[in-house]
Design a binder for this molecule. Structure first.
Ligand code: ADP
Ligand code: MG
Length: 327
């Protein structure tokens, strides 16, 4: 069966049947507006992401269930980077009418699985036909008390720059997929198709008041560090030998360092901490189960300087993804 037989409202009913009541949801799918209540004392953190077929994903190798997972996970990652708790999501879909309903069911399986894992309720959305490919837009509302929200603007000269997990895995996975590799259990391919947002880690860092600035690595380490510096002021020195690379990236990537510096979509957290609080990292790493690595320092200068040992790095790495320039 395809969507022409199901119809727009058939599809909405099919989605609605799968969504139960949610915390803070006064009215969910079915009305003109969703009505939701934040926890007392909480500010609402809103984020939206747009995923377009041919730009963000390739349906020929991205299984619908994993694409559904990723569509919500990338938004959960934004809320995590602010130290928030994700709560309510809106899902807008543009789908070619000839699409098999099994594709949409698979997509919703993945989307709703991440919603369950992260405590998110789907409260509404919009559905329309597409004359091109599939376009997915997810709006996610999270919450946190306003004083505890971490932004990109708080990094100060002397702060240490820290990154969670490993970098370059997603770009390496995409490189493999483009070469025709289809082993979905390959860790790099998995990371590209189904990234794990660092929700618990983001909240812990905010709870402890440890991160002075934070961002999730979606565009690539250099581009995302630059975003922090733009908002905070100052420059940075990054020691390239300290950048955490996984074994598969070292073994498989055609250029592991470039994958780590410029490949995006790892959805790790990049954050700064006062240098005197370095000793607190180990406890947070243990509690969250995610390795944390100091890769550099915020300086009073401008721009990002890459260093290998005590020598400046001479390579000119490609920059992160820019939708109007890359591709
Ligand atoms: P409207 O005409 O007011 O935009 P719709 O007929 O598009 O309303 O949607 C009916 C209800 O279904 C609304 O509550 C809307 O939020 C919800 N909805 C529509 N599409 C989706 C979707 N893809 N996922 C979740 N809820 C949806
Ligand atoms: Mg509508």
């Amino acid at each position: 069966m395809d969507l022409t037989s199901l119809g727009e409202f058939g599809l909405i009913r099919r989605i609605r049947r799968r969504v139960g009541p949610g915390c803070g949801v006064v009215r969910g799918i079915g009305d003109d507006c969703a009505v939701t209540l934040p926890a007392p004392g909480s500010a609402i953190l809103s984020t939206v992401d747009l995923l377009t077929e041919g730009v963000h994903f390739d349906r020929s190798f991205h299984p619908p269930r994993l694409l559904g997972r990723k569509s919500l996970s990338v938004n959960v990652s934004d809320v995590a980077a602010c130290g928030g708790t994700p709560r309510h999501a809106l899902l807008a879909l543009a789908i070619p009418p000839g699409t098999d309903t099994r594709w949409v069911d698979g997509f919703m399986d993945g989307f709703l699985a991440v919603a369950r894992e992260e405590g998110v309720t789907l409260t509404g959305g919009d559905t329309c036909g597409s004359k091109g490919g599939v376009t997915i837009s997810v709006t996610l509302m999270g919450e946190r008390e306003p004083a505890g929200v971490v932004g990109r603007h708080g990094a100060r000269e002397g702060d240490l720059i820290v990154v969670s997990g490993t970098l370059g895995d997603s770009a390496t996975g995409l490189e493999l997929l483009r070469q025709g590799e289809r082993d979905l259990s390959h860790p790099c391919i998995r990371r590209h198709l189904d990234p794990t947002p660092r929700s618990r880690l983001g909240r812990l860092l905010a709870d402890r008041g440890l991160a002075t600035a934070m961002i999730d690595v979606s565009d690539g380490l250099l581009a995302d560090l630059e975003h922090i510096l733009e908002e905070s002021g100052g420059g940075a020195v990054v020691q390239v030998e300290a950048i955490p690379l996984s074994d598969p990236v070292r073994r498989v990537s055609s250029d592991p360092l470039d994958a780590a510096l410029s490949g995006g979509e790892d959805y790790e957290l990049l954050f700064t901490i006062p240098s005197g609080r370095k000793g607190k990292l180990e406890g947070v790493s243990r509690e969250s189960g995610i390795p944390l690595t100091v890769i550099g320092r915020v300086t009073g200068g401008q721009g990002i300087t890459l260093r290998e040992g005590d020598r400046p790095l001479t390579m000119a790495p490609s920059r992160g993804y820019d939708h109007f320039r890359s591709g």
